[in-house]
Design a protein around this ligand. Sequence first.
Ligand code: ADP
Ligand code: MG
Length: 616
Amino acid sequence: MKRLVVPLLAIAAWLLPYGLDPYAIHVVDVAIIFALLGIGLGLVMGVAGQINLAQVAFFGIGAYTCAILTTRAGLGFWVAAALAVLAAVAIGLVVSIPALRVQSHYLGIVTLGLALAFINWTTNAALAGKSEGISDLPVPPLFGVDLSSEYLFYYVEIVVFAIALAFALFVVRSPLGRRMRAMRDDSLAAGALGAEIPLLRITAFVLSGLYGGVAGVLYAGLIRYIAPETFSIANMFLLLAMVIIGGRQSIVGCVIGAVALSLIREVLVDFSVYAQLGYGTVVVLMVVFAPTGLAGLPVRLRARLRGRTGGDRRGPAELRPFTPYGEAPSGDPTGVVLEIRAVGMRFKGLRALDDVSLEVGAGEIRGVVGPNGSGKTTLFNIISGFYTASSGRVVLRGTDVTGAAPYRLAQLGVARTFQNLRLFGDLTVRENVLVALDRTRTSWIWRYVALPWTVVRQDRALSAQADELLDRYGLTDFAGARPQSLPYGIQRRIEIARAMAMSPRLLLLDEPAAGLNGEEVRLLGEMVRSLRDSGVTVVIIEHNMGLVMSLCDQVTVLSSGRVIADGPPAAVAVVPEVIEAYLGDSTYMSHESQDTTSRDATSQDTTSQDTTEAAR
Ligand code: ADP
Ligand code: MG
């Protein structure tokens, strides 16, 4: 059945013009152009999570460049078209620069400003024909086919559209699309897994520039007259409505939304004021009641039906045992993997870390303990590149990495988990692991255009690795589930599996036993020991003293941002300052007992930390 969809759609698209009058075919031609714009906006906003209100400007740059080059510079249509698409891509690149600094509504404001600047330019520049626009564009030549006929132009459009849609679907399903979705969900966690966030954001805007440019060129060829009002903010909002109503996370949804709204707009053309109000209302209703848009409705309906019949609801499945890794081929068991040299960290007035120094040797399990607020997580944030130390250096296997970006450190073999679990909620467990397994650099993306089959091959190899890894960690049963639907202990294990998918040399675990029951803690201990035996150096922040004492080779004790003791567990436990620090902090003692009993309390008291980590 599914196999027939594409051929049937192709036949329908081929036959469509035969049933349409000249006005209707014009409407369809315009709708296809909006669908292209919708795909571009869906990629940048829905998939990559970058708010982009300049899509209409990319469209305009494509159309205006084409118009100016053909009418004023006398270039042929297709040469001008190619340059116009390049221009739109270049503008996409420029618009991506603010996205490297600001996000969410700030990015919305900046991109809106750029769109307004473009409209301003078109209405005031003589080159762009001011408010009258540019008319008399040449008819695009095509081997003697008369493209001034809107029927024939339709076929050009539909071929371009099919290629554009196929490419977008390919990108979304590829490792690149998966990384973009991971970035949309949690850019910090994605960075810690090695995703080059800045390059990914640029890529997203370049893609939307590409789709905008292609749409602009088609518009210039179809209408052969362009004026500023086509690229107005009102049309930007119409575009936004198309994508939101259709379902921005689904490319097909964006196309459906664009086509549907283009047709509705034609029907309501005599009532344009009411129509605007109507779009606004529908958008608000969609955002509130169906945030996944029309494309998400089937899934929601299915979930609703299933909920009502009560079927297919599995109880919390058993966590299968973990298959230990083999011993590492004895490589370099000596040597220092991580060196923290006199690191200090200040947050405004607060001194979170003060002159902290420590050395972690290869193949060691290092415990970091200390009362709440003593700076343990801050230390991890510095080692993994989330924060830059105010003073001091971080040295990784002899290389100074102070101030390096998270993705750089991930590439250098640092993996971490988070005190508050940062799994990608919109990705399945399998996809979470796949994001970490993918070690290709973003610069590899030229292959998406030049050698797409190598991308497919690589993705297949990754899939096989993911299955193996999930099996090793006893997570195969949960591969298709969303992490949030799973019990806490399983989520913790998924995070470790995801970190290990990066094949790290240094693994940082931030309170991995928090919220686990006794048996789960025991399994965790075994797992960590096996990871160490396989050649990974582990630093573990933990409140569970039993686990720390039995697991760690060395323990560093922090109190109020300072190292107060450092050494083998038995030696550290009897240091007077340590005893004092612990006895002086009654909350710490109660916290320890809470960890194993109350999961909810643990996950709640960590939410405030989420915001501090995300605030960066
Ligand atoms: P621990 O992990 O040992 O419980 P943290 O490293 O999370 O402690 O925090 C140490 C101190 O630094 C706390 O007082 C905390 O409030 C503060 N802190 C951590 N991150 C930030 C931040 N981004 N901004 C301001 N203060 C912070
Ligand atoms: Mg902490």
